[in-house]
Write a protein that binds this ligand. Sequence first.
Ligand code: FES
Length: 161
Amino acid sequence: MTAASGRLLSESVIQKIEVEAGKYPTRRAAVKSALRYAQAEHGWINEDVVAAVAAVLNLERIEVFEVATFYDMFYTSPVGRFPVRVCTNVSCLLRGADNIMDSLCERLEVKAGGTTADGRFTVFPAECLGACGGAPMMAVGDDYHEDLTPEGLDAILERYR
Ligand code: FES
């Protein structure tokens, strides 16, 4: 571990990463878990977070960066306190995902990819989030909301105010 990781990641995050790394034959296998813990602490994955995770796992920065940029659940630019991911894949699309996305953006006064003026929400279109049976759906942070209707969005958003 280097000074960079010590400065940026809390001891508890480093410990969690070490536990994950111990589960696999290679430390590289723990990159996704490490990024998840680091993002939970920092809100998004910047170059310093990439460097810190790489240092803890004894990897090259590029090995961490390529994972961070591959998965859409990792944010490589600043996001609001609650990232909102609206599934726009086939099942959700067929059940009105476009309407949900439009209604959400209208209510929050943002465009897709944008963050609300109060920094609370960032709205993203997302690929299938694995809850097709509840289409249309969205995730607010780690919470899944299914069988969405435009009319029901206000009550859901209110829980995060
Ligand atoms: S298509 Fe939307 S959750 Fe699978």
